[in-house]
Each structure stands twice: as C-alpha cells, then as structure tokens.
Design a protein. Sequence first.
Length: 276
Amino acid sequence: MTDQVDLREAVNAVSDVVQNRPRPLRNFDQIHMKVGDMVMQSEIVADWADGKRLAFIGDGDAISVCVAYLRARDVLNFGPTRITVFDFDERTVQAVKRFADKERIEHLDAHLYNVLDPFPQMPEFDLFYTNPPWGASNAGESVNVFVDRGIEAIKRTGEGMIVIADDDERPWPKVVLANVQRHASRAGFYVSRMQRKLHRYHLDDDPDLLSCNLYISSLPDNAPILTPSEPIATERLTNFYGMDQPPTVRYVREKKRPDYGKAPDEEYFVELFGGE
Ligand SMILES: C[S@@+](CC[C@H](N)C(=O)[O-])C[C@H]1O[C@@H](n2cnc3c(N)ncnc32)[C@H](O)[C@@H]1O
C-alpha cells in the first residue's frame, strides 16, 4: 500500500463493506478473504484498473464494493470508471446494489448471472477479475469456465486478474495453475504478471491455503468475438464445486431483505430479569 493511503480510513471503509456482505455458503465454494488481505487487494485492483471498465465474474468477497467505496470515500484517488458484478447469488447482487444506492456510488452495479449460461449482451469491459471455485477436484476446469466468461466480457481484448490457490506444499494448486495458464494461452492470452501467495481465507479446514493474483493479457492480434455466447458444455462441469458436487443450482435466491449487519432472530434469545 502506498504511503499516501490512510490505513485507518481504508480498514474502516472495508469494514463497512464486510458488514453489508452476505454470509458465505461453503457448498458453492464461497469462502471469504480475510479483511487485511481485502484492504491490500482492493488497493492493488484499484491501481490496476485505474480509468478502466472492470467486470467481476463472481464476487462473494465484495472486492468490487471495496474498490468503488474506497474511491467514493476519497481514501484512494484512483480506480475503475465502471464496476459491474456478475454473480449467481441474489444475496450478493442485492447487497452490491443496496450499498451502491445507499452510498450513491453510480459506477457500481450488479447482475444475477450463472456462468453456465450464455454471457449477456453488455457494453464492453476493459478488464475482468475473478476469484472462482478453485478447481481442486477437476484440475482447474471450474476456474477456466469463469475465465472464459471474463474473456467474453472483455471481448477477447484487455486483461484479467485471476485469484486462485498458490501453494508449494500441495500438488493440486500447481496442476491448476499450469492448466489455467495453458487454457488462457490457447484463448489468445499470455501471463503478464503473477503476485504469489498474497491472500488468506476464512477456511476452517485449511486456514493456511494462500492464493495469488494471476494476470493475463490479450495478444495484439486477437480476433473479436462475433458468435453469440453459448452455454457451458456438460463435460466441463464434473466436480465443479468439489468432488461429486456438480453445479445443479442456477441461482441462490434471497428470501427476504436481510440486514446483514444485525444478528438474525434465530441466532439468540433473551432471558428477562424476574425469571420470565
Ligand atoms: C466461488 S466463490 C470463490 C471464493 C471467493 N473468495 C468468494 O467467496 O467470493 C466466488 C463467487 O462466485 C460465485 N459463484 C459460484 N458459482 C457461480 C456460478 N455458477 N455462476 C456465477 N457465480 C457463481 C459465488 O456466489 C461467489 O460470490
């Protein structure tokens, strides 16, 4: 983080975002990044995307909201000109929209979208960001599905930041990193940068697992995408969310308008003075 950034203001802003964020659903690989790492990551993303239009392909972490809010609060004086989140969880989509509305952040928006479905017709983006399911049980194919939608969002020209596991002690993250890089290369991209072992997560059964920022950039002569977007082929969906967990859910729906900052009634009961 640069010297000019007021760390207290930055952490407090990210804390506001975390209060507004729905709780993670582990069965869809929603595992949230730790707050200190979110502050650092938001500054990295704001710097990388300065003056650009940025699409998030899934964003349970709410890095999108942090990046927009840090700029709106003048904690950062740089950042993207447009931020759009695509996520299949309506709680996430609505949380982004409500926060943007409350804080009057006009360049932040979100759409309900499942990556298995064709990518919607949209004005073009310059960059995409994804922190997808990490593909531990399918050699990174889940990551590649999210990357393909990101590449569609930027119409095969621009850059992507892919946040995935990075760990020297285990075999599977190495296999995933190799396969994602190979897949990006076949799609007309090269690895332009890699920031290794940056982030930790609220992951009870594996608290030491780290992730990296893998940057990919388009080759100069990439052909534009002219054909309509297609659904993802069934054979790519094996073990999508982990071993024997194929994607059967199109959308996670929000039951009622919750206030994420407050404990729900089911979480506690009270004992009154006087024993009643
Ligand atoms: C899979 S999680 C990865 C972990 C990451 N740290 C997080 O919690 O955001 C990333 C996001 O992808 C979204 N997601 C999962 N499956 C999806 C799908 N099929 N289509 C669109 N978004 C999806 C989740 O709702 C979540 O917000």
